[in-house]
Design a protein around this ligand. Structure first.
Ligand SMILES: [Zn+2]
Length: 351
């Protein structure tokens, strides 16, 4: 198996990434950080109007290209309403359930650049007052932000600079255990983003010669459905989304292997390209699971929907409790890194 994987560096980078707030629509800071890393590695890149970065490394064959994408945008929320009590109602960004963020600490990012601290709670949280604290619906009506400021009226909240339309980010609560687990929000898809950056670093450091020109597309609008569906160079033949594997009842995916997706809600991924990934894993002793994700779409399927004529595939680390307080294991990152390297170095199968 590959020697590329640098555990300590990858985990450090991942922690940095999850700690930069980046709900979809509010990704300037993280993309600036991504650009600075690419600058340090002296990789050339372009930026789309939507804010995505497309880094390119030339290969022996410059006529047929590959593209790999991971996304830096995450779930989050926006201030929907300032309540009479001075607390905030939220509007969701991305797809999750309110119970997945109940009790989470958050920041409200005001227009002037100030960050106000708060906690996401049910209105009926106190069991000493609300009989239905446990059973009340976790809904947009009942979920609110309690600000860590002395406010009891809407005007006082506005005086802090908070307005409707301000972005709200959730604390990642990053933790690495001695047993090799990484627990954090936003492992989707910052785990894959860290792996892509590490792959670029290793290509540069080891002066690896790629068989085909390869683009690394850092997208910033995946959670809302249109991250990597534009600015795809015309020469791209193969398009790989590197994104999380879905774990749960009936799923083969787990936290210890790389998950290769045969089909999701958008339909089957390209059969031959998917087989190519499976063959590479088998040849190189990379532990993998082939799976179907029932409620899932990726930037690769978004590109297909947008009309791009590419062969598309999807693989990535298995993420437990996705779109909630997520977890994966270092083994899953290791096997994903190995498959990434094996893929970019493999000859392109074109018929
Ligand atoms: Zn994702």
């Amino acid at each position: 198996m590959s020697s590329v994987f640098k555990e300590k560096e990858t985990i450090q980078l991942l922690q940095k990434l999850v700690e930069i707030p980046s709900p979809s629509g509010y990704t300037k800071e993280i993309m600036k950080f991504m650009a600075s890393i690419l600058d340090d590695m002296q990789v050339t890149y372009t930026q789309s109007n939507k804010g995505a970065l497309i880094a390119t490394i030339e290969g022996k064959d410059t006529s047929k290209h590959r593209l790999l994408t991971a996304h830096t945008d995450t779930l989050g929320a926006m201030v929907k309403e300032i309540k009479g009590s001075g607390r905030l109602k939220l509007s969701m960004i991305g797809g999750f359930n309110w119970n997945a963020v109940e009790g989470e600490y958050c920041h409200i990012h005001t227009a002037s650049g100030k960050k106000v601290r708060g906690t996401i709670l049910m209105h009926q949280t106190t069991v000493h007052v609300y009989k239905n604290a446990g059973s009340a619906e976790r809904s947009v009506e009942n979920i609110e932000v309690r600000l860590d400021e002395k406010v009891t009226k809407a005007d006082e909240t506005r005086a802090l600079g908070i307005e409707v339309g301000d972005f709200v980010s959730f604390d990642p609560r990053f933790e690495q255990t001695d047993s090799g687990f990484i627990k954090s929000r936003h492992l989707d898809d910052k785990a894959s983003t860290a792996l892509l950056l590490q792959l670029i670093a290793s290509i540069k450091e080891n002066d690896l010669k790629l068989p085909n020109t390869t683009h690394f597309y850092i997208s910033n609008n995946e959670e809302i459905g249109y991250g990597g569906n534009s600015n795809i160079p015309a020469e791209v033949v193969e398009y790989i989304a590197v994104d999380m594997g879905a774990i749960g009842d009936g799923q083969t995916s787990d936290e210890y292997t790389v998950s290769i997706c045969a089909k999701d809600s958008s339909g089957p991924y390209h059969y031959d390209l998917t087989r190519h990934l499976v063959d590479l894993a088998k040849q190189q002793g990379i532990e993998y699971k082939l799976d179907i994700y029932p409620y899932y779409g990726s930037d690769a399927s978004a590109a297909i929907r947008a009309g791009f004529d590419v062969k598309h595939a999807l693989f990535g680390p298995g993420i437990e409790a996705s779109h909630a307080y997520e977890r994966t294991h270092i083994d899953s990152l290791k096997h994903t890194a190995a498959l990434l390297e094996a893929y970019v170095l493999s000859p392109m199968e074109t018929e």
